[in-house]
Design a binder for this molecule. Structure first.
Ligand code: FAD
Length: 399
């Protein structure tokens, strides 16, 4: 099929290899197969071995799914998520200094923040991906002509290659000099899990507790489960570190196989992160600290922009460069916000608490929800005749 024939028919006939079957890669696969592309995903781990326990998925990602995927993808994620309508910010002794009102997100975009279990999210996206997903296939190299090399020695070729292989991306390493994955100055680790006990916390929205150079938090999930996390300079298990008692109880209620520990990395986005037929997506291109809770959402949002650029272009290589240009400013803004939030953690606790208590809730809400708002090209996706539900009511009572 010629480039001109492709115009207006999406990416029909385009062959795409996606290195990495994480949330970004699989979301992109679903978006592209819906436009008629032939997509192969190469994932180095066996099926069901994703990292992390749960995630907050925000409207910016949801409307990206709807705009470049379809209502089926959107509805599948919505059905897994527990909507949250407010968030609380406070200290380690659970004194709340700020309340973030998330209801305007629903009013404007038809959806609010959703707490989802990562394995459940991945299963749903995989089922809807329509792609040829090859597990146990490690990509070790890629060249701008669209050739990908696997650890077993096999080479594959495609019209477009997307490195969605996470923060340590082999595709990125093939394009850029070594040493381009920067670690934070101090050891920074994210611990997280899904607690199954329903009677230890009755919160109806996320709670964020700042202190000890890090943060701990909880987010309600479906089925009475709770997503909890602790991140900061904590290498050993958090139970021994003096975090709030509620966190210890969450850990005790978490099955060992649902407790995850991740080293947390970040890196400032660089312009033009691709070359030739290759581009990068998600953490491979722009890893974000969990301080901003947007890494997976940015991966989905980037997937939606990439799918849209490929759909609208006659030349896929030009589409990749356009996508990289279009994403740079947005991901840089969110990256800077993540760093600001990291710095806020190093302010002595009494001073930060004092500052938080002086800030009006509207200002805290503005800052907290800034990244969660959809980018302009997707902001009206829920108004264009697609079905949108946000019907799970907030639990009564609350924190
Ligand atoms: C503690 C913590 C809390 C977080 N909370 C949130 C949150 O609430 N909301 C949010 O949006 N984000 C959150 N994030 C960030 C989020 O987890 C990541 O940004 C997101 O997973 C990035 O998705 P990705 O698809 O780009 O990469 P990944 O999810 O890392 O997926 C990359 C995939 O590529 C595979 N792979 C790697 N190398 C190769 C290779 N050479 N060949 C083939 N396959 C390969 C990996 O096995 C993996 O499956 C959090 C992160 C942490 C650490």
């Amino acid at each position: 099929m010629t480039a001109n024939e492709r115009k207006g028919t999406g990416v029909t006939g385009l062959s795409v290899i996606i290195a990495g079957g994480g949330v970004g890669g699989i979301s992109l696969a679903g978006m592209l197969t819906r436009q008629g592309a032939r997509v192969t995903v190469l994932e180095k781990t066996p099926p069901g071995r994703g990292r992390g326990a749960a995630l907050a998925i925000w409207p910016n990602a949801m409307l990206g799914l709807l705009a470049s995927g379809d209502a089926e993808m959107y509805d599948a994620v919505l059905a897994l998520g527990r909507p949250v309508h407010h968030a609380l910010m406070g200290s380690l002794d659970r004194r709340w200094y700020g309340r973030v009102d998330l209801r305007p997100l629903t009013e404007h975009y038809g959806v609010t923040g959703l707490g989802v279990v990562r394995t459940e999210l991945m299963s749903a996206l995989v089922e809807l991906s329509g792609a040829d997903i090859r597990y146990g296939q490690e990509v070790i190299g890629a060249t701008p002509d669209g050739t990908v090399t696997l650890a077993g020695g096999e080479t594959l070729r495609a019209d477009v290659v997307v490195g969605a292989d996470g923060v340590g991306s082999a595709v990125r390493r093939a394009l850029r000099p070594p040493g381009s994955v920067d670690r934070l100055g101090k050891p920074h680790t994210g611990w997280q899990g899904v607690a199954h006990q329903t009677d230890i916390w009755d919160g109806t929205g996320p709670e964020f507790m700042f202190g000890m150079g890090g943060a701990a938090g909880m987010l309600p999930l479906t089925g009475g489960r709770t997503y909890w996390f602790v991140d900061g300079p904590i290498d050993t298990r958090p139970e021994t570190q003096g975090w709030p008692e509620i966190v210890n109880r969450m850990i005790a209620a978490t099955p060992e196989d649902q407790l995850a520990k991740d080293r947390v990395y970040t890196r400032a986005p660089v312009r033009g992160w691709g070359a030739g037929r290759i581009t990068l997506l998600g953490d491979a291109a722009h890893p974000l600290l969990p301080t901003v809770g947007q890494g997976a959402c940015m991966a989905i949002e980037s997937a939606a922009v990439l799918a849209a650029r490929l759909r609208d272009a006659t030349d896929p290589v030009a589409a990749l460069r356009q996508y990289e240009r279009d994403r740079f400013r947005r991901v840089t803004t969110v990256f800077k916000r993540s760093i600001t939030l990291l710095r806020q953690r190093s302010i002595p606790d009494p001073l930060r608490n004092g500052m938080l208590s002086l800030m009006p809730d509207r200002a805290i809400t503005f800052f907290f929800t800034g990244s969660a708002k959809p980018i302009p090209e997707f902001a009206g996706a829920h108004l264009t005749g697609r079905r949108v539900r946000d019907s799970v009511p907030e639990r009564d009572g609350g924190s």
